[in-house]
Design a protein. Structure first.
Lengths: 254, 340
């Protein structure tokens, strides 16, 4: 295995179907000699296939202007706006990323829309805006029923995105150290409990702002943690840190 | 012992290096992207007797110019980096190989590469279990360090250059560092003491706790899922704290025109504010209690004052000149504001 790093982009292009024909012989020659890169290619194809099964989500037309501004702002600042426990750096090179990010961007867009309409978005508010939030919301015509309906729709989209991400995460879970995988599972359970509590609260008080906000937060956090899990799996595989998880496990036994 | 210098690509797992020894100053290949590994003919470096749980030590001193950088990626084992004087990066790597055979040391390989003023150190993937490498590194104070470990603690002390440190299952600690950029762990704890950052610092853990004692930063973004968060003596213009079940404790001043946002689902939020902060408060909880020692001039409060329905517990109002914006939201966690 030699010079793998310079083939990483080519493998990504191959998975994306955009590989330059002039680069193909070189890549094929390398793949023939490098089991690690062959495994990477196979993994990425499988992940891409799984990601491709995610349903394409279409928010209402009125969401797009806000979503576009949000994405543009995040691109400009390089800082995602959602709750994302990002620590591993840019591992979203491949098709996996594209599918997952589209799903997350859409649901994030829903959250932005809801937050904007409800005036509950502290990150984008000035003190003056906080005071003016209520009349602004009323002017926007967001009735309680409309907000509840939009919340339900947002929750459905989150759930679909989460289901897709969970499928991807489960497919690669074996790459993680069992202890780390267990910690991640435990924390997913913590989030699931938060989702369940928020849902139960909304059953008794459908118009409760804190309960609505908590439900959206919990969804967003779960998406972030699943993203994180997938990035971690990718990182472990990308470096072909074969045996790293085994070693970690072995050390703990010793 | 015969030493055979060999140039290898920095990013590739080096094929079968039988033993490993590095000569101080021998690394300058002058080739971009290349590192030098010196193979030893004997399987174990001279002067090192492989024994159970005793490491084979590899040391290397690399002279660097101002504002150098160090990237260190480890799989299993601790990393400790300390800033100091001088103009060299000194790497002391101690291999630990269970099993006691000399061959076990050969399973553990370290790649040290120089790229101009940049030094990259990696523990190469290895198949043996019970093996690890502990790194103790000293760097010139202005060196930027980027440290990663899968399993093992990462500690950074007195480094004045930029600092990024990540671990999957180990603890991450920064002590007396001047330009923190990012510290994260998945299941380990994060500790920051007497540090500063001239930009926005992002830190957190998923299940570990985050503890900060003394930090000056432009912005601070801290998050956990279940870990507790303690922020003591933090000075920043904008703060974002998010957790699901962790308890949040903040003690410190509020900056004029600062923005502070704390979100927790079930964890309690305790704020102990120093000085005489003026703030606009927007605090809400579904079932948690909200108490404040500050006399808040209310916009609205309590039952049945939500825009769309009953808020069981909410305070919206101002204190003092209302120059800072304080937004706290929980689902079931209690919210407490106190003076120090």
């Amino acid at each position: 295995m030699t010079g793998c790093e310079r083939y990483t982009d080519l493998i990504g292009d191959e998975v994306d179907g955009t590989l330059d024909v002039r680069a193909r012989p070189d890549l094929e020659q390398h793949l023939a000699a490098c089991p690690s890169c062959r495994a990477l290619l196979a993994d990425l194809r499988r992940i891409r296939a799984a990601a491709g099964q995610l349903e394409r989500l279409e928010p209402p037309a009125h969401v797009w202007p806000r979503l576009a501004r949000r994405i543009e702002a995040e691109r400009a600042t390089g800082r995602p706006g959602g709750h994302r426990v990002g620590w591993l750096g840019p591992a979203w090179r491949f098709g996996l990323a594209a599918a997952a990010v589209v799903a997350v961007a859409v649901v994030s867009g829903w959250a932005v829309w809801l937050v904007d309409h409800r005036g509950a978005g502290p990150a984008v508010q000035t003190p003056a805006a906080v005071s003016a939030a209520a009349p602004a919301t009323a002017a926007a015509g967001a009735t309680p029923a409309a907000v509840a309906g939009e919340l339900k729709l947002a929750a459905e989209h989150y759930e679909k995105a989460i289901a897709g991400l969970q499928q991807i995460a489960r497919a690669g879970e074996g790459s993680l150290d069992p202890k780390v995988a267990e910690a991640l599972q435990q924390n997913l359970a913590v989030i699931d409990q938060a989702i369940a509590q928020s849902r139960a609260a909304l059953q008794t008080q459908p118009a409760s702002e804190p309960a609505q906000a908590s439900l959206l937060d919990a969804f967003r956090t779960k998406v972030g943690l699943l993203q994180e899990t997938i990035e971690l799996i990718n990182e472990m595989r990308k470096g072909n840190e074969a045996g790293a998880a085994r070693i970690v496990q072995g050390m703990k036994k010793s | 012992m015969t030493l055979r210098p060999r140039v290898v690509c920095r990013s590739v797992a080096v094929a079968a290096v039988a033993g490993f020894i590095v000569m101080p100053g021998a690394g300058r290949s002058g080739l971009p992207g290349a590192g030098v590994v010196l193979d030893a003919a004997a399987p174990v470096p001279a002067g090192v007797r492989p024994q159970d749980d005793q490491g084979a030590r590899v040391t290397r001193t690399i002279k660097v110019g101002p504002h150098s950088s160090l990237t260190l990626s480890n799989i299993a084992g601790n990393i400790s980096v300390t800033g100091g004087g001088g103009d060299a990066i000194r790497i002391d790597a101690v291999k630990h190989a269970g099993g006691g055979s000399a061959a076990r040391f050969n399973d553990v390989r370290v790649d040290i590469a120089e790229h101009g003023n940049r030094v990259e150190v990696r523990t190469l993937p290895f198949g043996g279990e019970h093996s690890s490498v502990d790194y103790t590194v000293t760097v010139p104070a202005d060196t930027a360090v980027y440290l990663r470990s899968v399993s093992g603690n990462v500690t950074v002390t007195r480094v004045q250059g930029g600092v990024r440190a990540d671990s999957v299952s180990g603890n991450v600690t920064a002590d007396a560092t001047a330009h923190l950029d990012r510290l994260r762990s998945v299941s380990g704890n994060v500790d920051i003491r007497g540090a500063s950052s001239d930009t926005d610092l992002a830190t957190g853990s998923i299940s570990g706790r985050v503890t900060i004692h003394g930090l000056k930063a432009q912005g601070l973004d801290v998050s956990t899922i279940s870990g507790n968060l303690t922020l003591d003596g933090v000075t920043c213009d904008h703060l974002t704290v998010r957790t699901v079940s962790g308890e949040v404790r903040y003690a410190g001043p509020l900056a004029r025109n600062g923005r502070y946002e704390v979100t927790s689902h079930s964890g309690d939020v305790h704020l102990v504010l120093t000085g005489d902060p003026g703030f606009e408060l927007n605090a809400s909880s579904f079932s948690g209690d909200i108490t404040s020692q500050f006399p808040i001039a209310m916009h609205d409060t309590g039952e049945d004052h939500g825009r769309f329905g009953p808020l069981r517990h909410a305070i919206r109002g101002t204190y003092g000149d209302a120059s800072a914006l304080l937004t706290i939201r929980t689902f079931s966690g209690n919210i407490t504001l106190r003076r120090r």
